[in-house]
Ligand binder design. Structure first.
Ligand code: SF4
Length: 373
């Protein structure tokens, strides 16, 4: 039954702590991966379990010692959870250098949570030229060296190719799931979020299995008759339970997303060639349409409009993570492009401590009315 698969995904999304304990009890070593793009395939190929660390909805206390109040709450909450011992038992945290806040996270982590080693992944700003591939591969080699030293695991190019093939398979499954969900208005925004969020915590083999089960169930069940308003969502994160509840209460269905923690992860596959590390670097270089990736042409904006229209969305909701510079730069462009394309557009600012959702509820009600007109 669909509900059985969803329940497993929801359990993983809501309680990654239990999964962490399970993997540790099985004798497996865990490496945390910070937003937005990390070479998780390398971690997986070395027999380690990559687990996403995107922070959590929590009050910030101890982390305030390390950051100004205007730093994005994802970074602050990752540190807060680390200082509180939530990640105890993991072997390391891998932090990519994709925005200024992430650079600050790595440096502060060394002092705030010294018991969990910090591994940097330094990406080139300009990722397309051939010389950028050399730079990215040098970053991977540093990651491998650190992982070998910290965990005692070894690296092999052949195993990396196998992991890349598995990650490609998972990408394809997630794209199929996302497309299939658009035809199932009975799946709530909260359930959709759990499908994507659980992928950060469950090991790839397990999540692939659940996705296959879910796809079978969705294809064999008739779509609900509920009439909902199809919308597209963009932003870094879209997992705040209070906000998802408002979307569900207002009868909005997410039919497509351009969310960094969701579909942006699964758009680009590895083309596996002779040299595994260069193939992985080419995957990073081929990524596009994301606020943290250098793009003077801002192709993300038009791509979002195109995706929203292709999925039949009647409006675009931008969930803006507070103090996220990369997304704030794109906000006026997205707003203008949606308006020009005749797509009602609203934005809601969120952080990881959002308790009062009254303003968000008012915005969503207005958004619904705009689309009903
Ligand atoms: S939310 Fe924005 S500022 Fe924060 S880590 Fe992600 S990209 Fe960087």
């Amino acid at each position: 039954m669909i509900s059985d698969v969803l329940a497993k995904m929801q359990a993983a999304a809501e309680n990654p702590q239990a999964l962490k304990e399970r993997y540790l009890a099985e004798g497996r070593k865990i490496v945390l991966t910070a937003p937005v793009y990390t070479p998780a395939e390398i971690i997986h190929s070395m027999g380690l379990v990559p687990m996403g660390a995107w922070g959590g909805d929590t009050q910030l206390n101890a982390a305030k010692k390390y950051y100004p109040a205007f730093l994005c709450a994802i970074i602050q909450s990752i540190t807060e959870l680390g200082m509180r011992g939530v990640y105890d038992g993991v072997s390391a945290i891998l932090v990519p250098s994709l925005c200024d806040s992430l650079k600050v996270l790595g440096e502060n982590w060394k002092y705030a949570v010294p018991e969990i080693p910090f591994i940097p992944m330094t990406y080139p700003q300009n990722r397309k030229p051939e010389y950028a591939l050399d730079f990215t591969v040098a970053g991977y080699r540093r990651v491998i060296r650190d992982l070998e030293q910290i965990t005692g695991s070894s690296f092999s190019e052949e195993r990396l190719k196998e992991s890349m093939a598995l990650y490609n398979e998972h990408n394809a499954l997630m794209r199929q799931v996302s497309a299939e969900l658009a035809a199932h208005p009975e799946i709530t925004a909260a359930e959709r979020s759990a499908i994507f969020k659980s992928a950060w915590f469950l090991c790839r083999e397990e999540h692939c299995g659940l996705c296959r089960e879910l796809l079978d169930e969705l294809k064999n069940s008739s779509a609900g008759t509920e009439k909902k308003i199809p919308v597209a969502v963009t932003g870094i994160l879209a997992d705040a339970p209070g906000l998802l509840k408002i979307l569900d209460e207002n009868g909005l269905q997410i039919v497509a997303d351009d969310v960094a923690a969701e579909s942006r992860q699964y758009r680009t596959d590895s083309v596996i060639g002779e040299d595994a590390l260069y193939s992985l670097a080419r995957k990073f270089s081929a990524r596009n349409c994301c606020s943290v990736l250098y793009d003077p042409e801002k192709k993300r904006v038009e791509a979002l409009v195109k995706t929203a229209k292709a999925a039949g969305a009647r409006g675009v909701l931008m969930i803006l993570t507070k103090f996220c510079d990369p997304e704030e730069f794109d906000y006026p462009l997205i707003r203008r492009a949606c308006t020009a394309a005749g797509l009602p557009f609203v934005s809601i600012e969120t952080d990881r401590q959002m308790e009062n959702h009254e303003q968000a509820a008012t915005i969503i009600e207005t958004f619904r009315d705009m689309m009903e007109d």
